[in-house]
Design a protein around this ligand. Sequence first.
Ligand code: ATP
Ligand code: MG
Length: 337
Amino acid sequence: EQQARILTVSRDNIDRLARIINNILDVAKIEAGRTEFKRVLVDISTLLKDICNRWKLEFDKRQLELACLIPDLPINIYIDPDKVTQVMNNLISNARKFTPQNGKIIIEVKEEIGRVEVSVSDTGIGIAREDLPKVFGKFQQFSRSAGAGEKGTGLGLAIAKELVQMHSGSIKVESELNKGTCFTFFFPKIELEEVVKEYINNGIMAAVDRKTPLSLVIIHIAEFNHLQEKSGFELAHSLLMNIEKVTQEALRRRTDTVIRNTSELIVFLPDTGKENVAAVKKRIEEAVNTYLTESKEKWPENIRITLGAATYPDDAANDHDLLNKARISQPAKDKGA
Ligand code: ATP
Ligand code: MG
């Protein structure tokens, strides 16, 4: 019993040190402009639900209530999921740290016109009015009780603010002493087509810079809208995600990227020229078809895919052209990409 107690204390201290070191490294990386920032199209509803589930036990242990007001609809936005998870983990751990027993923490996400809003609110000790302007500063800690416990470093919110700003978003705090605190952050919503364009633009710029080609392969799922209407969003969505996974696995280079659009997948192949794209396309097609045959029982009907490809600069002079060529070059395309 005593050993278990000592080991638990040791482990907690190691965890705490690791957190502090990671925070300091994060700040150093941000300041040096060396933070890896990789945005992908993510359903933030699912991401937040997963985060809530992971925290649930921790809250039960402390007799705190955790409510997740997250709509059952997907909210697809273009973010770095690891960074958003990091922001959430700090906000949630703060709420837990500064809320006494029997308190309540609410995580909420709302989709608004042009932006997505995520908030973490608690019924905890609150922050004094004069301290509010300082909360996002580095090494700022208020109302610290002395003694053992979870002493952080006061870096969490400074890091959170930087990470939100990398997404062109903003974060704010509202609080009242002894009532509670609410942190809210906003991300601008970029339309899917814009995301795709941004990818292609960046890809073409890099290609011009390095005098290399850029190829696109588009995987279109036939009758996708029909499947979605008939079998619901969830099933259609899981089909698309599974095909994305299989496609990703069929790719060989680290720089090859798959973007999930509403009913199609767009594969970016930097450095892949016209002479090689056909082989990559064939490899993807085979992998996806093998998967579809193996998982046939999961889908209510036979799923068919068609693939198209185009290469910059051989087939197209600009981003718009490249995307269109890749879309048009599909053999039998049904309505609505
Ligand atoms: P770290 O996150 O680096 O482990 P930390 O949690 O103390 O340490 P921040 O997350 O930056 O640091 O928070 C800074 C300070 O803001 C906290 O120490 C606390 O005084 C105050 N604070 C943050 N969130 C809340 C909250 N939900 N309720 C009350 N006070 C808060
Ligand atoms: Mg913190």
